[in-house]
Design a binder for this molecule. Structure first.
Ligand code: CA
Length: 218
């Protein structure tokens, strides 16, 4: 059974989320302060943490910074204020895997959690291969026909999304959500720009444009 840590000091919200997650088949524990959240997150007993920004003691951003600073790759879904885009950006740049703005519907949070859990590489499955390309999710290295290719963090995240869904068409909206954490169109062509970068590094023919639908790893 997968274990989730809920770091949220508002009892009403923490209890509501815990109850829903237990009903969905997860083992759940709660932490009501930043220090407690960090200590428990570092214990290695959990598969994912739901982390509120507003916590007594050290806040959610600081918990995240210290967690990542300790080398932990525990998936973290942050709860942010819906009105603060700055929180979202800070959370994602600080190493959150995803965020859910408050107030949220439980099914929205559950969908996020399931998505992030599904992405965790299984033991021994750290290498994803496709058509002569290898992507190592632990060392963050990519090889094309035996040659190392340097990717930026964002390019790697985008490549990983394609490698996890070979042959499947991924829409701009899916890529924005999974790679950038956006649930809205920021009104830029950031996906197209990064696909172009990736093509430049992996080979133009590796990523196909599917007109009107999105992109696909060839
Ligand atoms: Ca709180």
């Amino acid at each position: 059974m997968s274990a989730i840590l809920i770091a949220e000091d508002e009892d009403r919200i923490a209890a509501f989320v815990a109850k829903g997650l237990r009903a969905a088949g997860f083992a759940v524990q709660r932490a009501a302060s930043g220090d407690e959240a960090l200590e428990r997150a570092l214990s290695g007993d959990f598969d994912l943490m739901v982390l509120d920004v507003g916590l007594p003691g050290i806040d959610g951003f600081e918990v995240l910074a210290r967690l990542r600073g300790s080398g932990s790759s525990l998936p973290v879904v942050m709860l942010t204020a819906r009105t603060s885009g700055a929180d979202t950006v800070a959370g994602l740049e600080g190493g959150a895997n995803d965020y859910v703005p408050k107030p949220f519907r439980f099914d929205e949070l559950l969908a996020r959690i399931r998505l992030r859990m599904a992405e965790r590489p299984a033991e021994g499955a750290a290498e994803l291969t496709h058509a002569g390309m290898t992507l190592d999710v632990r060392t963050r290295r990519v090889r094309v026909a035996g040659v190392d290719v340097d990717l930026s963090a964002r390019e790697f995240a985008l490549a990983e999304e394609f490698f996890r869904h070979p042959g499947q068409v991924l829409s701009r909206e899916q890529l924005l959500s999974r790679v950038w954490g956006y649930d809205f169109d920021p009104g830029s062509n950031v996906v197209d720009v990064y696909v172009r970068y990736l093509r430049g590094k992996l080979g133009h023919e590796r990523i196909e444009t599917v007109r009107g639908m999105g992109y696909r790893l060839a």
